[in-house]
Every structure is written in structure tokens, then in C-alpha cells.
Design a protein around this ligand. Structure first.
Ligand code: ZN
Ligand code: CU1
Length: 184
């Protein structure tokens, strides 16, 4: 376990502490809360309809007062870790998969993505194939990793490199095959 102070330093160095300006007046509280995900919502990164796919999804509340929705934690992180996007993020939210069905995540259970625990490298597929499962509790993340493989990391440890290691399965849209066949 890292001491909180050391943790903060690491966060600063990796440039993820977008919140560093939030100690100033009139900020912090400015971030919009997560919004319900509807049939009309498309992923801010890849453009696909968000609701048709399994796995945790995410939302970014931008400093400009917008909500950007993403088909997967993977696309959310891929977008927000881009240097040009990092500073636009006031807050971001991901599904707590301990309180959601993998096939149909419930957007009443979105949590602060910065404080979430993530499982990377599991066998569970999201909208874009391999993804990161998100949890509010460390114990839930560890239980998931035991069941589905992968390992547990905090947000601050996630880099674009982390996401690149997820891509062995080439751009697979999790349920695409089933949908193409009109199954179920
Ligand atoms: Zn997407
Ligand atoms: Cu996609």
C-alpha cells in the first residue's frame, strides 16, 4: 500500500491530477453529474450506439460543461488519456460492475472513475472487445479478477500502453456477431 502522500506525487508526475486546479474557488462542484444513457447516445470516440453492447461504459464531464459518453471504459480512457484531452476533464464516471449486470450495465450505478478500481486483461468483453472492468470496491475488483482473470489497478496506473495491451483481439465488437445474425 502506498502512503497517500506518495500516491499524490505519483499522480502529479503522471499528469493525471487534472483536479489540481480544483482546489481553487468555484471549481470541483462545477463538474456535471453522470447522465442516463439513452438509445440515442453514441460513443464520443468510436461513434457506435452505446446501449447495444455489454460491459462497463463511461462518461466524461468536461470543463466546458458537456457530458461525453463512451461505449466502454476502454474508449473513455483511450480518449481522455490523449494529451489534448486530459485537461478538458472535470470529472469522469464509470459503471460499478459489482452492482451491474455485465450484459446490461445500470447507469444508476456510476462511480467516480478517478477513485475506481480497474481489472485489466480479463476474459470479459466490452463494446470494443477486451476492456477494463470498473469497481468502487477493491475487494469486488479482486473477486472479478479471480473469476475472469486479469489484474487489478488504480486509475493513476493506467496509461495508453495499458490500453494497447488489450488489443490482441483486433477491434472486436463484443456482440457484433450475434447482432449480425439477428440472434435472440
Ligand atoms: Zn466507443
Ligand atoms: Cu465501438
Amino acid at each position: 500500500m502506498m502512503a497517500p502522500f506518495k500516491f499524490l506525487i505519483v499522480a502529479l508526475f503522471t499528469g493525471f491530477l487534472v483536479a489540481c486546479g480544483e482546489t481553487g474557488p468555484a471549481q470541483g462542484s462545477a463538474a456535471l453529474p453522470p447522465q442516463p444513457i439513452t438509445d440515442a447516445d453514441e460513443c464520443h470516440l468510436c461513434g457506435m450506439a452505446i446501449q447495444n453492447f455489454p460491459g462497463p461504459k463511461g462518461e466524461v464531464a468536461s470543463r466546458q460543461g458537456q457530458i461525453h459518453k463512451f461505449c466502454s471504459t476502454r474508449d473513455l480512457l483511450a480518449w481522455m488519456l490523449q494529451p489534448e484531452n486530459r485537461n478538458q476533464v472535470a470529472a469522469f464516471y464509470v459503471h460499478d460492475m459489482a452492482r451491474s449486470d455485465w450484459q446490461h450495465p445500470d447507469d444508476r450505478h456510476m462511480i467516480d472513475g478517478r477513485n475506481a478500481w480497474y481489472v485489466t486483461g480479463s476474459s470479459m468483453k466490452g463494446a470494443m472487445g477486451p476492456t477494463l472492468a470498473s469497481f468502487s470496491e477493491e475487494a469486488a475488483a479482486r473477486a472479478f479478477a479471480q473469476q475472469h482473470g486479469g489484474h487489478v489497478i488504480r486509475f493513476d496506473a493506467i496509461t495508453l500502453e495499458t490500453l494497447n495491451t488489450l488489443t490482441e483481439a483486433p477491434h472486436g465488437h463484443g456482440e457484433m456477431k450475434d447482432m449480425a445474425h439477428g440472434a435472440h
